[in-house]
Design a protein around this ligand. Structure first.
Ligand SMILES: Nc1nc2c(ncn2[C@@H]2O[C@H](COP(=O)(O)OP(=O)(O)O)[C@@H](O)[C@H]2O)c(=O)[nH]1
Ligand SMILES: [Mg+2]
Length: 481
């Protein structure tokens, strides 16, 4: 059994191709007309014709008819003039207000890489339209070769991809290119097809669609191989345009399938995206950590902590999924300005994983979602540390301020006490002095009193020993002392 492992370079090349495709496929969210068909069927040529570009019909070195167009515009549609050269990525065209997608490679599985890129492109184009018409471009030789086997294969893939038969019929039109039969008409195509389908079981799945088509030749246009430039004319243009106009815009359920080998390549691709997300999450968390460490505003730190806690809480359930991770990241970014770019890159990768999830091979390893989340948990513990440190620093600052204030108060109090003490001493001194002087005064008074009493006693005694004496006075009176 041939089991060729895709090399790392192949996978890297594939991711680059997918990146390019991803950028090229703009999300229109509008009504689009999507051309599907094998590489080389003539999709790009048909689009050039519809956009009124000037055609040139030439003959290749091998005698094949080549239709080229003069394209002056910025966006050039590549036309593949050999079987191998092809438009690997889709082309988008706005033709008089109608949006066309030239979807490459429907039904070709030339390489696994191309198969995966085609799947990505077709799915993204169809998913991102509001509704669409499908134009199936098939070359005439697929109808006539091997009794319609190739056509049966194309129709089988189409109905498998869009299982809603009625809707598919409503939005479908068919262009048969490189028709070499001058008498071939759309009427002939539908009746031939119905006949082939009745006889050949390979058409089994497509039979309901074919039976509807058998009464709708107006949905089919024939692009005859031109002999001269004048064959690429208004009549041809109008035939193709009207086959597209009769169909309606629809939005269909879409089912894609891949070969087993492509599925294995998808496993490798998812593994690579998984690793990539892990690295990006680590960087994202690192960025947050740097931000926290230089942050000294407690409010911002607390806000950050709340955001990270909210994110972590999302994953406290049993089976967290990528959608939750995406919504969590979206919310995280609203807290941390400047993180949007990284988050967008991560989102691109999760989108790819989700995109390919249903195409993985059975039993392929699980995605390491827990590991992506763990980086945020690390950031969360760092922010908590920062908050604790800030708390400690804040407490120390407060204590210092308090100590300073306290010291000042104590100093003042001491001063006051000192003052008070010195005043008290003064009073004491004074009181002592006053008490002393009072005592001295009392003693002096006592002494004076005693002395006075002594002299009085003496006086009384002297008086008692004296003879009475009259002292003459004017007025004839007399005083007795
Ligand atoms: N559409 C179309 N292409 C033709 C016809 N005859 C020859 N071609 C050539 O077939 C090739 C188709 O290539 P292209 O349009 O790039 O096919 P795509 O891969 O489906 O986009 C080009 O070289 C055309 O010039 C014809 O009758 N119709
Ligand atoms: Mg093309």
């Amino acid at each position: 059994m041939e089991q060729e492992e895709e090399s790392k370079e192949d996978i890297n090349k594939l991711t680059l191709m997918l990146d390019e495709a991803d950028m090229k496929i703009i999300v229109t969210n509008q009504q689009t007309i999507n051309l599907l068909g094998k590489t080389g069927a003539g999709k790009s040529t048909t689009l050039c014709l519809l956009s009124d570009l000037v055609p040139r019909v030439e003959e290749s070195d091998y005698g094949e008819i080549i239709i080229d167009f003069d394209q002056q515009e910025e966006v050039k549609i590549e036309i593949g003039h050999s079987n191998t050269s092809c438009t690997t990525l889709p082309n988008f065209m706005n033709i008089k207000g109608e949006l066309y997608w030239d979807c490459p490679g429907f039904c070709d599985n030339k390489s696994i890489m191309q198969e995966i890129v085609n799947l990505f492109c077709i799915k993204k184009i169809f998913d991102s339209a509001l509704s669409y018409k499908i134009v199936l471009v098939i070359s005439f030789d697929t109808i006539i070769s091997s009794r319609g086997r190739e056509l049966a294969e194309t129709l089988r893939q189409l109905v498998e991809m869009f299982p809603e038969h009625n809707k598919l019929f409503n939005c479908l039109s068919i262009i048969v290119t490189k028709c070499t039969n001058k008498k071939y008409t759309s009427n002939l195509f539908v009746t031939n097809l119905a006949k082939m389908a009745a006889e050949n079981n390979e058409f089994e799945l497509a039979r309901p669609l074919i039976s509807k088509l058998s009464t709708s030749p107006d949905k089919v246009a024939i692009f005859r191989i031109p002999n001269t430039t004048s064959d690429i004319n208004e009549e041809l243009r109008n035939e193709i345009k009207s086959s597209v106009q009769v169909s309606n815009y629809e939005k269909l359920i879409m089912r894609n399938s891949l070969s087993d080998r492509a599925k294995l390549a998808i496993d490798r691709l998812i593994e690579l995206y998984d690793l990539n997300i892990n690295e990006k999450m680590s960087k994202f968390a690192e960025g947050l950590i740097i931000k926290f460490r230089s942050e000294n505003d407690m409010n911002s730190l607390n806000q950050g902590k709340t955001a990270l806690e909210k994110f972590s809480e999302l994953f406290n359930i049993e089976n967290p999924d990528i959608k939750m991770f995406e919504s969590g990241m979206l919310e995280l970014c609203s807290y941390f300005t400047g993180s949007e770019l990284q988050a967008r890159e991560i989102k691109n990768l999760t989108f790819r994983i989700e995109f390919y999830n249903s195409y993985r091979s059975p039993g392929s390893p699980k995605i390491n979602l827990a590991s992506w989340i763990s980086h945020i948990s690390t950031a969360k513990s760092v922010i908590e540390g920062c908050i604790n440190f800030q708390n400690e620093a804040e407490a120390r600052k407060q204590a210092e301020k308090f100590n300073k204030e306290n010291k000042k108060k104590i100093d003042e109090l001491n001063k006051q006490i000192e003052n008070k003490n010195s005043k008290d001493n003064e009073i004491m001194e004074m009181m002592k002095f006053m008490a002393e002087s009072n005592a001295q005064r009392d003693e002096a008074n006592q002494r004076m009193l005693m002395e006075m009493m002594e002299s009085n006693k003496k006086m009384v005694l002297e008086i008692a020993n004296m003879k009475p004496q009259v002292i003459e006075s004017g007025g004839g009176g007399c005083i007795v002392i």
